[in-house]
Design a protein around this ligand. Sequence first.
Ligand SMILES: [Zn+2]
Ligand SMILES: [Zn+2]
Length: 351
Amino acid sequence: MSSTAPTRAVVLHAAKDLRVETLAPLAALKPGEVRVAMEVGGICGSDLHYYQDGGFGVIRLKQPMVLGHEVAGRIDALGAGVTTLAVGDRVAVSPSRPCGMCKYCQQGAQQHCLDMRFYGSAMRFPHIQGAFAQAITADARQCHMLAPGLTAAEGAMAEPLAVCLHAGRRAGPLLGRRVLITGAGPIGVLASLVARRAGAAEIVITDVADTPLVLAKKLGCDQTINVAKQPDGLQEFAKDKGSFDVMFEASGNERALTGAFDALRPGAIIVQLGIGSTFTLPINTLVAKEFELRGTFRFHEEFALAVQLMGAGLIDVKPLVTATLPFTSAVEAFELAADKTKSVKVQMTFG
Ligand SMILES: [Zn+2]
Ligand SMILES: [Zn+2]
């Protein structure tokens, strides 16, 4: 699209009130900025939380917000001083926009930036608008060039892959480890690809739906367990105080976390990726088995690593995309993404 055409975007007004609207014209580019003509955007769990519930936890939608932070497109225009990109370049756009100045940025922990402006987030007010739009203004430093063989659909998977690379880092060494993943949505499946790439010896993944488990198996998980059909499916891993060295909890479900405690060996590391609710934990078990419960939040430098690993063919994310719809059918796309019996990752096209 040309830079002067009106930009349409996917705007959430309230829970279940998602509209395709024309935005105010984009401001002229400042030095260091670029305009990106959007090609593909993936619907994330957090987008779904906003759509279904108007937010999660204490983070609530208080004004209309463009959703979306998993995007890739083409450079459409350059601001002054941008020398690392050219018009026509295909890029994945990192939604992470830390200030670079605060103490956490200075320590290399940009995900904890005190002045973060992460796309499509209602954590601060006014909300930070997202990237489900036909065109956006971005800083050049957010744009990561795609290798020639990579599609925009793969580029739009760089963000969730970066989340999982960061989670992998939080877990520590995975070489030779037995890994349990609870939740076979996009994050759980991507975590399995990261764990495998990092040398995990065995990966078992659980979910309550068969569709994502079939995909997880196809992508290399050693064993899948449908815990809705087989509630004691993890029992075989419980003998001698448990089997798994590392657990990635990617469902946000309390029962997934606590239900795995018997299957984790003493000293196991639990990386909690899932969000969205309040958990009650059997603290005595956590203490007695000396579990390490670790949070993991977003990513920063891992975004470039995600683009690099996909570009080199070391992680293939293409099979995760189960449907692609035009952004003008955003409501249909969101409803489909919410149906875990049918969908893993749903993406929208903006071209
Ligand atoms: Zn995401
Ligand atoms: Zn900062």
